[in-house]
Design a protein around this ligand. Structure first.
Ligand code: S3P
Length: 264
C-alpha cells in the first residue's frame, strides 16, 4: 500500500473510533433524559418539535449532505430504541376487545420508540393468504384460534417487540401463559359505546357481523371481561382519550410495574 493510502486508512479508522465514542455519549444522554422525564412526571415520548431539524446539522452545502442525513435518520431510530430499552426490558402484548385501540396505539408506540411491530391479525392473514373473515368461513373459528396460538409461540424469542393481539387471544389460557412468560400484557379497555362508534362501519370482524349494536358488544365484553382481566398486567382505559395521552399513560404504568417487580 502506498504511503498516502495507508495514512488515509488510518485517518478513517480514527474517525470511526471518534464516531463510536460520540455515539456512546449520545446514547448515554438519551438514557439520562428518558430517566429524568420518567422520574419527574414529564412526558416520556420526545415531542416532535424537540426532534432536531436537518438544518441544525449544517450539512446542506456538503456534497455528502444526503448521505449524512441518511445516517442521522438511523441514529435517530437507534435513539428511540435506547429510549425503549431504558423504559422497559421486555416485549409488550396489547390485548383488548375489538375496537379497544390496539392497532392504533401499537402503531403510534412502535413509531415513536422504533419497536418491531407485529400486528397479529395481519400476520395471520398474510401467512394463510386470506382475510380473517374468509379463514372463519372456510376453516372455522377453532382453526383461527390455533393460528393465533401458533403465532404467539413463534414470537416467543423476540425482544422489545410490540405485539398487537387479536381480541380473542386471551380466551385461551395457553396463550396467556406464553404472553406472560415473554413480556408485559397490557389490556386496553373502552366503553361499549366507544367500541361501537369505532367498529360500526367495519365488516371485517366476523364475530360482530349481524350483531352490530351496543348491547351485543356489551354482552360479549362482559363475557370476556374475567379472562381479559386475568391476563392483564396493567389496564389502560382508552375511552375519550387522545392517542398520545394513551401512549404516555401506558408507558408510565409499565415503568411503575417494572420497578415494582424489580423491588420484589
Ligand atoms: C376477534 C378479534 C379480531 C380478529 C377476529 C376475532 C375476537 O381482532 O382477531 O375477528 O375474537 O375478538 P381485533 O381485536 O384486532 O379486531
Amino acid at each position: 500500500m502506498s504511503e498516502k493510502s495507508e495514512r488515509l486508512y488510518e485517518e478513517i479508522k480514527r474517525c470511526d473510533r471518534e464516531i463510536a465514542q460520540l455515539l456512546k455519549t449520545r446514547m448515554h444522554c438519551i438514557e439520562e433524559i428518558t430517566e429524568y422525564r420518567r422520574d419527574h412526571g414529564l412526558p416520556i415520548l420526545t415531542p416532535e418539535p424537540e426532534r432536531r431539524a436537518p438544518e441544525a446539522l449544517d450539512v446542506e452545502d456538503s456534497p455528502f449532505g444526503q448521505e449524512i442525513l441518511r445516517v442521522f435518520q438511523e441514529i435517530h431510530e437507534s435513539g428511540k430504541r435506547v429510549q425503549a430499552k431504558t423504559l422497559f426490558d421486555h416485549n409488550i402484548f396489547l390485548i383488548g376487545f375489538m375496537g379497544a385501540g390496539k392497532s392504533t396505539i401499537s402503531a403510534a408506540l412502535s413509531r415513536q420508540l422504533s419497536l418491531e411491530l407485529i400486528e397479529m391479525d395481519a400476520y395471520i392473514q398474510e401467512k394463510e393468504g386470506m382475510t380473517i373473515s374468509r379463514i372463519f368461513d372456510i376453516h372455522g373459528e377453532e382453526y383461527f384460534r390455533s393460528c393465533e396460538s401458533d403465532t404467539l409461540a413463534e414470537l416467543g424469542k423476540k425482544d422489545h417487540a410490540l405485539v398487537s393481539c387479536g381480541g380473542g387471544v386471551p380466551m385461551r389460557e395457553k396463550n396467556v401463559e406464553i404472553m406472560k412468560k415473554n413480556g408485559y400484557v397490557v389490556l386496553l379497555s373502552a366503553s361499549p359505546e366507544a367500541i361501537y362508534e369505532r367498529v360500526k362501519d367495519n365488516t371485517d370482524r366476523p364475530l360482530l357481523n349481524g350483531h352490530m349494536n351496543v348491547s351485543y358488544i356489551e354482552e360479549l365484553m362482559e363475557k370476556r371481561r374475567p379472562k381479559y382481566e386475568h391476563a392483564a398486567d396493567l389496564i389502560v382505559d382508552t375511552t375519550g382519550k387522545e392517542v398520545q395521552e394513551i401512549c404516555e399513560e401506558l408507558l408510565r404504568k409499565l415503568c411503575a410495574l417494572q420497578s415494582e417487580r424489580e423491588r420484589k
